[in-house]
Design a protein around this ligand. Sequence first.
Ligand SMILES: [Zn+2]
Length: 164
Amino acid sequence: MFNRFVVDGNVIISPMLITRRLEFDAGHRISTHNSQCRHLHGHRYVIEITLSGDIIADEGVAEQGMVMDFSEVKRIAKTELVDQWDHAFLVFSGDTQVLNFLQTMQDHKTVVFESQPTVENLAITAFRILDAAYQDTYGNQLKLEQVRLFETPNCWADAIRNKC
Ligand SMILES: [Zn+2]
């Protein structure tokens, strides 16, 4: 049903990697940090979601020539992750001082984590959420390969399948 993608009759590219970038704003603090990260502050996070899969070769289907429609990559990421974390405060469950404070604010958008909301821990959490969300519905071996999360333009963490 899904043919391997062949270039010039002899170069087989399979699987292909595709990446979609999304951005969101969130607040956090690292309560155990010994410098400025222990203060309440926020970031413009950038998340890059990389999926692997065979290129769909079926004639006539809307996804022909794609691993997954980028709009579908975005839709799933927004629904399952970005819309949950955007304009939220990301707090460690052990940071009771801030957690208790946030709970006094009615309807405040708060996401509680079982570990400090460092960019490394957030990337791993994002990987687990998104790995369950991207399903191979077209039989082309679609799967999440990597989540790259930027905390600043110069600082990021990579959660890579089979490496974390
Ligand atoms: Zn920070």
